[in-house]
Design a protein around this ligand. Structure first.
Ligand code: SF4
Ligand code: SF4
Length: 190
């Protein structure tokens, strides 16, 4: 690799990905295994391998497209791509960073409105209880998306099957979790 190519991949959005997550997008050689194994690929506007290729170019317009993509929001963080990648590129970790950056810069895809509501509820549930509290999460999600009536028929069945916990179970490391949020998410809100 020439010095020039190396320089190109360490700035811009790929440089930020590297700095914040340690993920080196320049290691990708486009074998396509990640995309072939991704359960959400058909729902995505940019396949995972294609998204990586766009980041490798260092082109500002393509980077903008990545931040505005629907792909980063439909990714389930299931790690299927990571386990198949011959270069061990941690795509889910990169997606996580891209989601946070997209949200912070108000570039999130309009198509992802409901998914983002869920994402925020998920984080807020962990922040409050130190762990995921499913009923709280469902209610907060519904309140955020203004569709509280949508699943009322489903909740009692889930409760009777023990799928939803009535009270949030607090974990010992709750204060540690709160401090992580203060240093990251809450700091970004200020
Ligand atoms: S982590 Fe995301 S990109 Fe990777 S396989 Fe799962 S859904 Fe697809
Ligand atoms: S599996 Fe790894 S090397 Fe292959 S295209 Fe996907 S990220 Fe690139």
């Amino acid at each position: 690799m020439s010095a020039d190519t190396h320089h190109k991949t360490t700035k811009g959005l790929s440089g930020e990905v590297l700095e914040h997550t340690g993920v080196k997008v320049d290691k990708c050689y486009q074998c396509g295994k990640c995309t072939a194994g991704c359960p959400m690929a058909s729902e995505m506007d940019l396949a995972p391998s294609y998204l990586l290729r766009m980041l490798q170019t260092g082109d500002a317009k393509l980077e903008e497209q990545v931040l505005r993509s629907f792909t980063i929001w439909v990714c389930l963080t299931c790690e299927m791509c990571y386990s198949r990648c011959p270069m061990s590129i941690d795509i889910p970790k990169m997606m996580d960073f891209l989601r946070e950056k997209s949200m912070k810069e108000k570039k999130a895809s309009k198509k992802a409105k409901e998914i983002i509501a869920f994402h925020k509820s998920f984080l807020s549930s962990i922040e409050k209880t130190g762990r995921l509290y499913e009923l709280g999460l469902t209610l907060e999600y519904k309140a955020r998306t203004m569709s509280i009536m949508q699943d009322v028929g489903v909740a009692p069945a889930m409760l009777s099957r023990g799928k939803l916990h009535i009270l949030p179970e607090l974990i010992k490391g709750r204060s540690a979790v709160s401090s992580i949020f203060d240093k990251t998410i809450n700091k970004n809100k200020k």
